[in-house]
Design a protein around this ligand. Structure first.
Ligand code: ADP
Ligand code: MG
Length: 378
């Protein structure tokens, strides 16, 4: 296993008119499981393919285990990649699929290769499939074989490109747990790409968020969740998504008075709070962000209570999502025993410590929730 350094890695296509990956720098620790997440087209696959040696960077460097491999051919990098479409050889048996890579990448004897394949197949619970061809297998079994084929090589670095996207929800959950178990047992260094923020948040020791080829933020899942550096990250991470309201800010004595253009929404930040953040609050237009789970149904007398109407009640079992008549879309996540109906009038409230303020122009988070001191790195 190995530490990986990605240094100002860049990939342009079509003579520079497409910048798929824009000067990305990352340090991945030995044994760390890093998830890379972002919308379709943000540069995830291109990044992985450069790490694997399948795509030549336009600029920048890649170091694996301290060795500069930027110009090293894919087959001479000790890297295994697992794809969404499994990429198994259709005419080879499971055993042959698993053994083939070992034959190519190691000088183990035939009996040593066989022992490794059998041992890995047992670990992956596919020992009874070794004589089968891929088209005899279910989707879940194929993905297990693809994982086994990667693991049997004991590479320095594992790369996963949306490996579970073709599986149904239940199988995806169990395969996620399985990959995490293997990761723990084997202590593998892994980069796992997904467009699914939930998968990225639950699997990663660290999460890296890309948009349009640009690194947005990296950090522990909880850090990124609690202190998104910009509006994109605030909205991308978390489900249901963070609520946003465009607000104008005016001083009101020692406080700050926030209002939306429709006059439906008003919120005062306290003098003490404003005092602590005086340096950051220079603009007059922001987007206020608050997460659905931080919004409560409150008494009319609560601080900053907002009177509104319930548009839709979306029951999801343990919780109800209340879609409210604030801004374009505004959701409160409440306990399922809160009995409310569409059309009901309610007052809602949220604490100022849960408020994010994003600069209206740059999207930068100037005032993030202040549960802890910010430790965000970008
Ligand atoms: P993701 O995996 O995050 O969906 P990709 O890394 O596949 O994104 O693509 C990033 C960007 O690079 C996209 O805009 C995509 O259209 C472009 N791109 C990827 N491969 C090529 C290619 N071979 N030629 C031209 N453009 C490409
Ligand atoms: Mg992709």
């Amino acid at each position: 296993m190995a530490r990986v350094t990605v240094d100002a890695l860049r990939k342009e296509y079509d003579t520079g008119s497409v910048v798929a990956v824009n000067d990305l720098s990352l340090e991945i620790e030995d044994g760390e499981f890093v998830t890379v997440v972002g919308p379709s087209g943000c540069g995830k696959t291109t990044t992985l393919r450069m790490l694997a040696g399948l795509e030549e960077p336009t600029a920048g460097r890649i170091l694996i285990g301290g060795e500069d491999v930027t110009d090293v051919h894919a087959k001479n990098r000790d890297v295994a990649m697992v794809f969404q479409n499994y990429a198994l050889y259709p005419h080879k048996t499971v055993f042959e699929n698993m053994e083939f890579g070992l034959r190519m990448s190691t000088d183990l004897s035939e009996s040593e290769r066989e022992a490794r394949v059998v041992e890995t197949a047992e670990m992956m619970d596919i020992a009874d499939l070794l004589e089968d061809k891929p088209d005899e297998l279910s989707g879940g079994q194929k993905q297990r074989v693809a994982l086994g084929r990667a693991i049997v090589r004991e590479p320095d670095l594992f790369l996963f490109d949306e490996p579970l996207s073709n599986l149904d929800a239940k199988l995806r959950t169990s395969m996620r747990a399985e990959i995490q178990r293997l990761q723990n047992e084997l202590g593998i260094t892994a980069v796992y790409v997904t467009h699914d923020q939930h998968e990225a948040m639950t699997m990663g020791d660290r999460i890296v968020i890309l948009d349009g080829g640009d690194l947005q933020q990296q950090g522990k899942p909880t850090d990124v969740y609690e202190r998104p550096v910009n509006r994109f990250v605030g909205g991308f991470i978390g489900s249901p998504s963070m609520n946003f309201v465009d607000v104008a800010v005016e001083p009101d004595g020692d406080r700050l008075h926030l209002t939306d253009p429709d006059g439906e929404f008003a919120y005062d930040l306290s003098a003490a709070y404003v005092d602590r953040h005086a340096d950051e609050l220079e603009s007059s237009r922001y987007t206020l962000g608050v997460r659905p789970e931080n919004v409560t149904v409150a008494d009319e007398s609560a601080a900053n209570a907002i009177a509104t109407t319930i548009d839709v009640v979306e029951p999801v079992g343990s919780d109800n999502f209340l879609h409210l008549g604030v801004s374009d879309e505004f959701i409160a996540r409440v306990d399922s025993d809160v009995r409310l109906e569409p059309g009901d009038q309610v007052t809602i409230a949220f604490d100022e410590s849960d408020v994010h303020l994003f600069d209206a122009e740059t999207g930068r988070n100037v005032l993030t929730r202040e549960r802890d001191a910010p430790t965000v790195t970008t």
